[in-house]
Design a protein around this ligand. Structure first.
Ligand SMILES: Nc1ncnc2c1ncn2[C@@H]1O[C@H](COP(=O)(O)OP(=O)(O)OP(=O)(O)O)[C@@H](O)[C@H]1O
Ligand SMILES: [Mg+2]
Length: 336
């Protein structure tokens, strides 16, 4: 099986963030598919409990249990791989954790019944996060018969505004537990997250606000103690334009002459050409202004020097076929 160069060769935990609604869950799904092609096993983890992954993959709601949800397409030389998914909630993660470290599943159930979970997460919001990131770190490190169970783990993470805090939990947990298994657990999770095995990818559209969130998020991750590797910038819902940029600039600056256009339309045999020309000019100018603005956003996104990938707008709404198209686009551009 031929290996190919990708931009994130050593990365095994792919964290996907971005402004709300820009397509984080969709892109995380596409990335999982892209990483799975070539006969790989990939786990996709959702942490916000909204069943977004089930929607994207058009399958029934997912439990706290790893389930196979999709098969990556074959290529000429490589067989398709498998995508598994898991919805991680802090309560189940805590029960599992208690079971693993203390063999306390039943006690855990009782604790949950008496509301200890609420108590624990209220006094230490960081505990909630470390349980979720801990689940991802565990899946990344898990081995069976000496072999890694998953080649890669993709996490559909909280939005940019919360990502730094979400990933950098050790400082918050340290107030709660200075020593002992929780502390060790938090430290292990932090080692994985701060290692070159983890990268945080940003999803954005070509609009000012989401782009600003990317730039702020990249700066925040770089500024964290020990740093967290910034991954790629996935520019989502890109619409192609027919006109070259130089012409779009002219049009955006108001270069279209309505009278001349009206004459042209009249020569083509149309009626009521002045009104038509005015409407067309307005539409064309608006399109050009948007396209030129998007070019400016592209320029801003290039500033941090991270690889940028473009994902097309799927015109008739997302479906599974659209998801596979996005996965193919990620692979063609070397993101996976
Ligand atoms: N490339 C695309 N082409 C067309 N539609 C898309 C594309 N990417 C995402 N969408 C659509 O945009 C909407 C938002 O996508 P998604 O749910 O993945 O965003 P999100 O960032 O995870 O949102 P939230 O912040 O609510 O979790 C969905 O309806 C999805 O189908
Ligand atoms: Mg989502």
């Amino acid at each position: 099986m031929g290996t190919r160069d990708t931009d994130w060769e050593g990365v095994r935990l792919h964290v996907v963030t971005g402004k709300g609604g820009t397509g984080k869950t969709t892109v995380a799904g596409a990335l999982a598919l892209a990483l799975a092609s070539g006969g790989k096993r990939v786990l996709l983890i959702e942490v916000e409990g909204r069943q977004g992954i089930a929607q994207v993959f058009d399958c029934p709601p997912l439990p706290y249990e790893e389930r196979k949800i999709a098969v990556a397409p074959d290529s000429d030389t490589r067989p398709g791989g498998d995508v598994y998914a898991l919805v991680a909630d802090p309560e189940s993660a805590l029960l599992e954790y208690l079971q693993m470290f203390y063999n306390l599943r039943h006690a855990g159930r009782a604790l949950t019944r008496f509301g200890v979970m609420d108590f624990a997460t209220t006094i230490a919001p960081g505990l909630r996060d470390v349980l979720l990131t801990g689940k991802a770190a565990e899946a990344v490190r898990r081995k069976k018969a000496g072999k890694r169970v998953y080649d890669a783990v993709v996490m559909d993470a909280p939005p940019t505004g919360r990502i730094g805090r979400f990933l950098n939990v050790s400082t918050e947990v340290s107030g709660l537990a200075r020593v002992g298994p929780i502390r060790n657990h938090a430290d292990t999770v932090q080692r994985v997250i701060h290692s070159p095995e983890t990268a945080v990818h940003f999803v954005t559209t070509l609009e000012e606000m989401p782009v600003q969130e990317v730039l702020d998020g990249v700066a925040e991750l770089h500024g964290l103690d020990g740093g967290i590797q910034v991954g790629g910038i996935m520019i989502n819902m890109v619409r192609s334009t027919e006109l070259p940029l130089s012409q779009l600039r002219l049009v955006a600056a108001g270069s279209v002459d309505e009278h001349e256009l009206a004459l042209g339309l009249k020569a083509a045999g149309l009626d009521d050409t002045m009104r038509l020309a005015i409407d067309l000019t307005a539409e064309l100018t608006e399109h050009a202004v948007t396209a030129v603005g998007q070019e400016e956003e592209r320029r801003r996104l290039a500033e941090p020097g991270q690889p940028c990938y473009e994902l097309p707008m799927i015109p008739d709404g997302m479906d599974l076929a659209g998801l596979y198209r996005l996965a193919a686009a990620l692979r063609e551009q070397g993101a996976a």
